[in-house]
Unconditional design. Structure first.
Lengths: 137, 376
């Protein structure tokens, strides 16, 4: 039993180490602060505005991208399947559409740099001056 | 199949015509197989022979954003039990009045229940089907207008829906096939939710007229026998009707609990007050979600109507009235035990065992259903 516990612990440590930090990014011209709660509301379609009332355009990473899974579980507290079920409730009742999905970090970064209403997330390692970090997880 | 593809294409064609329209096509499907476990048992359209058609369905939804806050949504669905003949389940125009207010007009889903809006989208919930003890009003869609208003109240998200419309079509009421007309439907639903908790209240009212040859024949005889009072207590002729529902959901630490209670009344008619509730508890273990639920229907026949018959009416007439009234007595409950397995990012496998007890007819039944629900 002890051995199993140690192996499990070791495995958990490695998994922990493998998880990269994610950075939530907005256009440098955007001066809004974004709390974790607001972030979750934006990406679940419950609000479409930043704190100052200006329009927000959330951008998702494509399914299968590492930062997407991290974001889903850490910020939205839901598994991929739960989120799909959540969105299917809104989509098939005409009440909402999920955020647009972009292929990878580079695409999100380019879209955020080009659009003052955009908000997305990428792996912290890929952040540069073209975007502004408002939160990390 | 070809007819449906053509329809879908025509639909897509219709909505893509303006070059600037932004069209989204989504779909969902369920492929289900089921059979009752005892010989001669019947339940939810299944018998003791394995059936793949009864609850299987395919649907395509086209949403076209016409710009300027206007959009059109149409959902075309083919149900196995209707030979997959595709029909517009709903089709409506939406106008975004403000960021938090939207008007929909057209053919809309009647918002009776917590899961009414997406009860055909099996992927959206864990059960193999929505609990029949509650989800049994056969007026799924109405033609009308609906207003949605979303707001934030402290930590809660509030969604208020107001609806006005009418229903006109065939329906089944407690096993009786009727021609139904419900006019002046007015209703409101209000849902309050926060991260892990939600509560939903619904109230709808309307004027119901139902006609069925047997019931109409009976009221004609009563009228001819000078028993107009009894006839009017039986017939369903522009009667005030109401629906009330309350639902709770809790989704915390991988536990999922849902409960819903509903009551339907059609005044001054032979339709019994209809009471139903269910309670369900599930737990997510990664991609596996086992659940257990209990559901109950409890409708007392309006025996007051039988008591209105004066002494000395012909026995056959008394029997006719008694049978007509008592057929609306329903006492049944069921236990459901099932599993949802998310084996694929867009598909869930489900297996559910249902054991139903019917205290009135004593036809108990056990049903096993397996299937796959998907979204695309």
């Amino acid at each position: 039993m002890q051995i199993i516990k140690i192996v499990l612990l070791a495995a958990m440590c490695c998994v922990g180490a493998a998880q990269a930090e994610i950075a939530v990014v907005v256009n440098p011209a955007n001066n809004n602060a974004v709390t974790a709660d607001e972030l979750s509301r934006l990406f679940l379609g419950r609000t479409s505005n930043f704190a100052d009332g200006s329009k927000a355009t959330p951008l998702n990473l494509a399914e299968g991208q590492a930062a997407r899974d991290e974001f889903d579980s850490k910020v939205l507290n839901r598994s991929a399947a739960q989120l799909k079920a959540y969105w299917s409730k809104l989509v098939f009742t005409g009440k909402g559409t999920p955020p647009k999905e972009l292929a990878d970090d580079a695409a999100v970064k380019a879209a955020v740099a080009a659009d003052s209403t955009a908000i997305g997330y990428i792996s912290s390692g890929n952040v540069d001056d073209s975007v502004k970090v408002v939160a990390t997880f | 199949m070809i007819k449906k593809s053509l329809l879908a294409l025509t639909l897509a064609g219709l909505f893509t015509a303006p070059v600037y329209a932004d069209v989204t096509i989504n779909g969902f499907a369920s492929i289900k197989a089921g059979m009752t476990l005892g010989s001669d048992e019947q339940l939810y359209g299944y018998s003791d022979e394995l059936d793949f058609k009864n609850e299987s369905l395919f649907a395509v939804q086209v949403m076209s954003d016409l710009g300027e806050k206007l959009s059109v949504t149409a959902q075309l669905m083919g149900r196995g039990r209707e030979d997959f003949d595709a029909e517009f389940e709903w089709a409506f125009v939406s106008y975004q009045l403000t960021d938090d207010m939207q008007i929909n007009a057209g053919r809309l889903r009647t918002p009776f229940y917590r899961y009414s809006d997406f009860k055909d989208v099996g992927y959206a919930y864990d059960w193999a089907r929505v609990p029949e003890a509650v989800y049994n009003l056969d007026f799924d869609n109405i033609e009308g207008v609906s207003l949605y208003r979303t707001a934030t109240l402290g930590d809660f998200d509030s969604t208020l829906q107001l609806i006005a419309g009418a229903f006109d079509g065939d329906a089944v009421v407690t096993g009786l096939t009727v021609q139904a007309k419900i006019d002046s439907i007015l209703g409101a639903t209000w849902e309050l939710s926060r991260d892990w908790f939600s509560v939903r209240l619904a109230y709808l009212a309307g004027k119901t007229t139902l006609s069925n040859p047997d019931v109409d024949g009976l009221t004609a005889i009563l009228n001819a026998s000078g028993l107009a009072g009894v006839a009017s207590a039986i017939d369903v002729d522009e009667e005030s009707s109401s629906f009330m529902g309350v639902a709770f959901t809790v989704d915390k630490n991988d536990w999922v609990a849902v409960a819903e209670v509903t009551r339907t009344e059609v005044d001054d008619s032979l339709i019994a007050k209809q009471n139903g509730y269910y309670i369900s508890l599930g737990h997510r273990f990664g991609s596996m979600t086992p659940y257990i639920s209990y559901e109950k229907r409890d409708n007392d026949a309006k025996r007051d109507i039988i008591a209105m018959l004066p002494q000395g009416v012909p026995a056959a007439l008394a029997q006719g009235v008694t049978e007509a009234v008592e057929r609306f007595e329903v006492k049944r409950d069921a236990w459901n035990l099932g599993l949802r397995y998310d084996f694929h990012p867009s598909a869930a496998f489900k297996a559910q065992f249902t054991r139903l007890n019917n205290d009135i007819t004593n036809d108990d039944a056990s049903l096993l259903t397996v299937g796959v629900d998907l979204v695309f």
